[in-house]
Design a protein around this ligand. Sequence first.
Ligand SMILES: [Mg+2]
Length: 263
Amino acid sequence: MGIERGPQFNIPEKESGHEEIEKIWEGVEQEARGFYKEYVAERAPKVGLEPERFEERIEKCLESEKRFLKWVWEEAKRMHSQTPSSKHEILFDIDDTIAEAKWENGSKEPVATYVRPATKVLLKNLRALYPESKIGFITIRQKDRVEKDLKDPKHLKEVEEFIDKDSIYTTESSSLDPSGLDLNDVKELIKSFSIVRNNENMDLVAASISSGSELQKLDILRDLQENNPDTEFMVVDNDNFPEYIKYGVSLTREFSNAVFPHL
Ligand SMILES: [Mg+2]
């Protein structure tokens, strides 16, 4: 696949998860602060944020950033330690998870993509710790657009070196048509997805996995899991569904907000 996988950030095994997060965060905090200074100033007029509140908002953005880093890191460790003899794939949603499309007045296509600043350092560390594991995307963006964006410095180029190109999954490849499904249909569908953990309260699960794209992503994951029984899949997404599969991070969990964009 032509991806260099070397120990760039070798983290001693004996360190606890907490120390690891702090160490990774130290490496990115300054850059993240710089990013959010610009980001907050740029977006403030659109959301009506007054300049005297910028500092406070930047701190909040940094908290969300660190929470994202921590949740993904801990879940990746949990998956790898619980299933040491499996292969692994870590799949990130793009929009509102690691990135936000940037539009300008009158533009038909996004002019750029903001990539959340912790992404690159997180992927770099995951690569270093788990060189055999794959890292990819599961997204509603079309595949040819993702491939184009990965080559474009204005879009996703900064993470390109960490992404396995054969692990880019897009909802356009799902044959599931979610239109016209009522809550009961959704409940039955979710029950039929072997990758969704059995849950006593399937009504609640069905209600919280309500969008068509979530169902299509589950459909894709179900196929992946059935076709690759030796592989464990972990998903990171701003929507709820990762909470109900074996390994996943939903950025809206615990009522906290680690979703990107932060304002
Ligand atoms: Mg999303």
